[in-house]
Design a protein around this ligand. Structure first.
Ligand code: ADP
Ligand code: SF4
Length: 676
């Protein structure tokens, strides 16, 4: 197949200073939880994206000096020459496919607590560090500023030595000392580096010039800048100083990489922002510079990309998450296979890996982060080891992914589900407010399966031990999912919650399948991910009087890891959901619920006709109990995230026919003992 000519524009080369990108697909810097801690994994992940057609592939943040130490977050490091080989390996892989490698070198200043180096953090003015560590950053004097310029220059030279083609000056996300100097609220200096925009920009201008001088002969120098901080007059706005700064420095960098900040705004979830959500903020940039401009907005649609180029909004399509969900997105457009694109669902599970200092994972792409340690390629998979049949029961994320990957391997696959359509939990959850894009997990796989002659899907086919036996497949996987429990058993109440006769108790499954609660509703969230918050939101939007009770200090507290906790709590408050934090639900009676403070146990009662319990799920595993020799996958084995179910289905498909030798099931990156 060849590409549709209307996408030709996306494959035009773009000159960036002294280098040329082979097309307009640009993987902007993104964290991955691997960085310097799992360097082979990081390098292979980036290499895979080059193979998938991205013309520019950037690192995550690379620390340039111990005084800007982001430990324990595992980004890159270029403190001295001993750090070069890790990044050189990444560059080699990227160059193998003719792509360009970009290095986001950075001094994190007040954003870093220097937990490993124990240096005193640095900032334009005295301020506590942005993390909650009891540590302050000290105001930099002129010698510190000279040092910072030298560290940046040295790191740029090391990046060049490692093989990078682009070197960043990073002024985005409020994550860099340069951006802290720009900031009117962080920079309270009265010398030539503080006060007017001209003065606050001085350090950026100097470092830009230093970097061009150091490496600009062979490397492009990119400037990453957040044009709007979404803080109104307190910070940069795209109609105020954000625009002024770009006008001031318009022709200075070789490329503008523009976005909005902070990170939770730049990487907003699909629950709150649609594709293209940054367009209005960055649209002006191309009007004021002749240099190439790259911007992001969770673009997965090639038509939207073409429109941005043709309208003169951007020169290159920036992507972090779309390149994680589908490292082969450019190649699929180039080869005329756009229906094969595995579109990002905007859930930010990828971010959670970084926040936990563990390798990145992705809901849509189970191979993300596994390219090196398991040798999983996003597009290729070993052919079947035998001419065998596989029966998969349950077409949720786990069953669908197992069927898709086994079909790709060439097995004869039958996928059966008692429901009328494929999707499992996603069929219900995609109808919750803001979660429509999550349906892509099912849509992508349903389409792929529909194209495979060796995979048959049978809806409305409830399987029993007898029908399984009659089917006589060589392999059977049980992917029958899990159901929320109504007994209240969970983290806070291991023995469950007392419930009087006559009280209405529902689970999220009941609400999602249309049961309408009576009277005032209490949603008890002992789960802490999205479900409690989104059920409260749905019920409130349906007109219910809703109180959300949680033992945690905040609503949906785990969603800090997906960057949308603030947005979730704000939305619930604005919708009029009453929120009671740090309280347990101890009993449900007719018309009332008893709650208690998790610190003092102080009891109180609140009005409640219906309680919706969001505490835990139990596997639907009756088939397995009847036939324990069968294999369980996904939530039927251990209820977890949708990402974990997809991963489980994929792993089952990869490992079918491969003997389990009892070893650690992946390659490890071991730290060598230092020779001295
Ligand atoms: P997972 O997240 O592990 O993929 P889901 O709960 O999303 O699990 O999906 C499980 C699917 O299994 C649902 O679509 C459900 O209809 C189906 N299912 C459950 N029990 C049976 C059964 N006995 N026969 C066929 N399908 C079943
Ligand atoms: Fe997109 Fe979710 Fe994958 Fe991140 S984890 S790339 S948001 S699908």
């Amino acid at each position: 197949m060849t590409r549709d000519p209307r996408y030709d524009v996306l494959f035009q080369p773009v000159k960036i200073g002294p280098v040329t990108a082979r097309n307009r697909f640009y993987q902007v810097p993104h964290c991955n939880g691997m960085g310097r801690s799992f360097p082979s994994s990081m390098a292979e992940m980036r290499r895979t994206k080059a193979e998938g057609g991205w013309a520019v592939i950037c690192t995550e943040e690379i620390e340039i000096h111990p005084s800007g130490d982001h430990s324990p977050w595992a980004g890159g490091r270029l403190w001295d020459d001993s750090d070069i080989p890790v990044l050189a390996k990444m560059c080699e892989g990227i160059h193998e496919f003719g792509s360009l490698a970009g290095a986001e070198i950075n001094h994190a200043g007040q954003m870093a607590a220097n937990r490993y180096s124990r240096d005193v953090p640095l900032a334009p003015s005295h301020l506590p560090v942005a993390l909650h560590d009891p540590v302050q950053a000290r105001a930099m004097d002129h010698e510190d500023i000279r040092n910072l310029r030298r560290w940046h220059r040295d790191a740029a030279l090391r990046a060049k030595k490692a093989g990078f083609d682009l070197v960043y000056v990073y002024a985005g996300h409020q994550l860099s000392t340069i951006s802290h100097f720009l900031s009117p609220y962080r920079n309270r200096r009265s010398d030539e580096y503080g006060g007017s925009l001209e003065n606050r920009t001085r350090l950026l201008r100097e470092i830009l010039a230093d970097t061009k001088d150091a490496v600009g002969d062979t490397c492009a120098v990119a400037l990453r800048f957040a044009v709007d901080e979404l803080m109104g007059d307190l910070g940069f706005t795209s109609t105020g100083e954000g625009r002024d700064l770009i006008e001031m420095l318009a022709e200075e960098p070789d490329l503008w990489d523009v976005n909005i900040s902070a990170w939770e705004h730049d990487s907003a979830t699909s629950r709150f922002k649609a594709q293209g959500f940054q367009d209005d903020y960055v649209a002006f940039v191309k009007e004021v510079t002749s240099k190439p401009v790259v911007g992001v907005g969770r673009y997965t649609s090639p038509d939207a990309m073409v429109s941005l180029i043709n309208k003169g909004r951007l020169d290159m399509i920036g992507a972090a998450r779309p390149s994680i969900a589908d490292p082969f997105l450019p190649r699929k457009i180039e080869e005329g296979r756009i229906e094969d694109i595995r579109e990002c669902i905007g859930c930010n599970i990828c971010v959670s890996g970084d926040n936990h200092f563990t390798p990145i994972r992705c809901t849509q792409n189970p191979t993300m982060g596994e390219e090196w340690r398991k040798g999983w390629h996003p597009e290729r998979i070993a052919p079947r080891t035998a001419d065998e049949t596989v029966l998969i029961i349950g077409a949720g994320p786990a069953g669908l992914e197992a069927a898709r990957a086994l079909g790709q391997r060439g097995y004869h696959v039958t996928l059966a589900d008692k429901a009328g359509e494929a999707g499992g939990r996603v069929t219900l959850e995609r109808k919750l407010p803001g979660l429509a894009e999550w349906g892509r997990v099912a849509d992508y796989r349903t389409y792929q399966i529909s194209q495979m002659a060796n995979v048959d899907f049978f809806p409305e086919s409830a399987m029993t031990p007898d029908t399984i036996a009659e089917f006589d497949a060589d392999h059977v996987a049980i992917a029958t999912g899990a159901r929320w429990t109504a007994d209240g058993i969970g983290r806070q109440n291991p023995l469950g919650i007392d419930c009087a006769d006559g009280a209405q108790v529902l689970t999220p499954d009941d609400v999602m399948t249309g049961t309408v609660p009576e009277g005032p509703v209490v949603v008890f969230d002992d789960d802490h991910f999205y479900m409690g918050g989104v059920i409260a939101e749905k019920l409130r939007r349906d007109g219910c009087d809703v109180t959300l009770v949680t033992p945690a200090g905040e609503v949906s507290s785990w969603t800090h890891n997906t960057l949308d906790q603030h947005a979730i709590q704000k939305q619930l408050l604005e919708l009029g959901v009453r929120i009671i934090t740090s309280h347990n639900l101890t009993a449900i009676r007719a018309g009332e619920a008893d709650i208690g403070c998790v610190f003092t146990d102080a009891p109180r009662s609140i009005s409640c006709e219906t309680a919706v319990l969001v505490t835990m799920r139990r596997p639907v595993d009756d088939l397995w109990h009847a036939r324990p020799a069968l294999t369980r996958i996904g939530d039927a084995l251990g209820p977890s995230t949708i990402a974990a179910a997809v991963y489980s289905g994929h792993r089952y498909a990869r490992e079918l026919g491969a003997p389990d030798e009892g070893n650690v099931p992946f390659r490890r990156e071991l730290i060598n003992l230092s020779p001295n």
